[in-house]
Design a protein around this ligand. Structure first.
Ligand SMILES: Cc1ncc(COP(=O)(O)O)c(C=O)c1O
Length: 279
């Protein structure tokens, strides 16, 4: 049976218990991180741990572990997974357990959960469909907070609308990101992705792809994307640690470009996949 890490102990998941007064349960007062593991190798652990540290400091929770301690927990959990499947490491840190009061006690001890789950190996290379929706989330989207209700409702709406995989979000006429992904678009051979201005999560896959495309023609620019530009795009891609770089072939029921994964996506995806292979 696979183990999870909870507050210093390694336990079968059925035995892992927290209090109903944990502020993660009562207030969604916490942050999380998801780190992919391909062929037994953790992809970009430092970048994920830096983002976790940033999320924690943004909500005034002391980082409960050093980088070395986090890595030790990951390798202990991975040692328990001996097959050759791909995994994602899920980390959740909440402010801890205390009286249900908006005002928290500074002395609370954070609750730390780390688990390792197999990745859904769906083949996305034929593309997915998406809807657009107003970005109904709060304004601190750079924090990877566990407060995910808007994302949950948006993904369900996308699925119920036309079986779509993602909801691409628009705030004041500008594209922010997907409900659980970052967004890229291609127009007249130019690749663009929204800049990291606090209205999006600084996706590790997004940043990696921007870097990998740096020395490429065309390279990727980080700039505003209007809703109109998105609707007229030749290609749209979404990215995240668990899905990689995925082409969107239909948006709100309309074909994107040719309605097939584009040539520039093929190039970008092959660069990303070969980076992963060479890890
Ligand atoms: C809102 C949001 N944006 C972007 C991403 C992509 O981030 P990453 O590439 O680090 O997985 C995610 C991933 O969960 C997300 O939830």
């Amino acid at each position: 049976m696979s183990l999870v890490y909870l507050n210093g102990e390694y336990l079968p998941i059925e035995q892992a218990r927290i209090s109903v007064l944990d502020r993660g349960f009562t207030f969604a007062d916490g942050v999380y991180e998801i780190i992919p593991v391909f062929n037994g190798k953790i992809l970009r652990p430092d970048e994920h741990l830096i983002r976790l540290a940033n999320s924690l400091s943004s909500i005034a929770i002391n980082n409960p572990c050093t980088s070395k301690e986090w890595r030790q927990i990951f390798s202990n959990l991975l040692a328990d997974r001996t097959d050759d499947r791909n995994y994602s490491i899920y980390i959740q840190v909440t402010r801890g357990t205390g009286e249900r009061n908006h005002i928290y006690d500074n002395e609370l001890v954070p609750t730390v959960l780390v688990m390792c789950n197999p990745v859904n190996e769906r083949d996305y290379s034929h593309g997915v469909t998406a809807i657009t929706h107003e970005d109904i989330r709060w304004k601190y989207c750079h924090i990877k907070a566990i407060t995910l209700l808007p994302g949950v409702l948006l993904k369900k709406l996308a699925k119920d609308t036309d079986g779509s995989f993602e909801a691409i979000l628009i705030r004041e006429g500008l594209v922010t990101e997907g409900a659980s992904s970052n967004v890229f678009m291609v127009s007249e051979g130019q690749i663009k992705t929204p800049a990291k201005d606090g209205s999006i999560l600084a996706g590790i896959t997004r940043d990696l792809l921007v870097n990998l495309l740096q020395d490429n023609v065309p390279c990727c620019t980080e700039q505003k994307i209007t809703e109109q530009e998105l609707r007229q795009a030749d290609e749209i891609w979404i990215t995240s640690s668990t899905i990689g770089v995925v082409p969107v072939i239909m948006l709100d029921g309309m074909q994107v470009g040719s309605g097939k994964p584009g040539e520039i996506w093929k190039l970008a995806n092959s660069i990303y996949e070969s980076y992963k292979r060479e890890l």
